[in-house]
Design a protein around this ligand. Structure first.
Ligand code: PAF
Length: 286
């Protein structure tokens, strides 16, 4: 696996693979990779002949008081994991390579509606930063397909919409969330948790499952279900950000008649913000 740092080198390597008739798969990341990322690369390697991954901690998607500076940078360990998972080429650009003219004058891509609410409400500008960097990366790599984790459910919806709206010929694949044995969704931010916080963290997934079980059993009083689980989450020591039941495709608030649902949660343990979700399609067999 080669690592390249410039767009020029990236384009040359991808052009070589394409001239050999290879289908290009792409996995954008911010590094500090875990088995969830490895699963994305493995999926890309199953569906494509040449897998490109990127590692770029994108300043444009972090708010002023967020964890940009302390976001872990672990390039050497990440390179090993990518190689093992079947990655062929790593693109690890600098901020200057990605934003040579600085960020204030950078053209932005915004996906209205889907970017509003949920994480978009608590992290203003976040999805504009994601949509902008992903559009740039897509234009640099020009992959046939790209794989994203379903853990970032709203992000995946935003990216599907931008690819559709901007007529990008890229197949977007959503890969199921990888979880620890106790149910906690794997995330680079789990590394910020103390031992005590780590022990409490699986509460989020338990609450999502309890809501899903109740809905499957016919409960449709969503405000009651959410209030009960908000209490559980807060009594485990979290500061809740949101807990919501939405329509899985449009992300608008779910009605009792909707069949394709997603339950989404974001909550803080200390200063660490964790997110998770559970997709529940009442028309699909369990
Ligand atoms: O999910 C992530 O790691 C990031 O938001 C992404 C898609 C790599 C864009 O910076």
């Amino acid at each position: 696996m080669n690592t390249v740092k410039t767009v020029l080198e990236l384009r040359a390597a991808v052009a070589r693979a394409r001239s050999e008739g290879k289908r290009i798969g792409f996995v954008p990341t911010m590094g500090n990779l875990h088995s969830g990322h490895a699963a994305l690369v493995t999926k890309a390697a199953q569906r494509a002949d040449f897998v490109v991954a990127s590692i770029f901690v994108n300043p444009l998607q972090f708010g002023a008081n967020e964890d940009l500076d302390k976001y872990p940078r672990t390039l050497a360990a990440d390179q090993e994991k990518l190689l093992e998972a079947g990655c062929n080429l790593l693109f690890a650009p600098s901020v200057e390579e990605m934003y040579p003219g600085g960020m204030s004058g950078q053209t932005r891509v915004s996906v209205p509606q889907l970017s509003e609410g949920l994480c978009g409400a608590s992290r203003p500008g976040h999805f504009e930063g994601v949509a902008t960097v992903v559009s740039k990366l897509f234009n640099m790599v020009q992959p046939d397909l790209a794989v994203f984790g379903q853990k970032d459910f709203q992000q995946l919806a935003v990216i599907r919409q931008l690819v559709h709206d901007l007529n990008m010929p890229i197949q977007i694949i959503g890969e199921p969330t990888v979880r620890a044995n106790d149910g906690l969704a794997l995330s680079s931010r789990n590394g910020f948790l103390s031992e005590e916080q780590r022990a409490k963290a699986p509460t989020l997934y338990r609450s999502l499952k309890q809501i899903a079980d109740a809905i499957e059993q016919g409960e449709r009083d969503y405000p009651k279900l959410l209030a009960e689980q908000n209490r559980q989450i807060e009594s485990a020591g979290f500061r809740g950000d949101y807990l919501e039941i939405r329509h899985a495709l449009t992300l608008r608030p779910a009605t009792p008649e909707d069949r394709d649902l997603v339950i989404l949660v974001a909550a803080f343990l200390g200063t660490t913000r964790l997110i998770d979700n559970l997709h529940l399609n009442l028309d699909s067999p369990a």
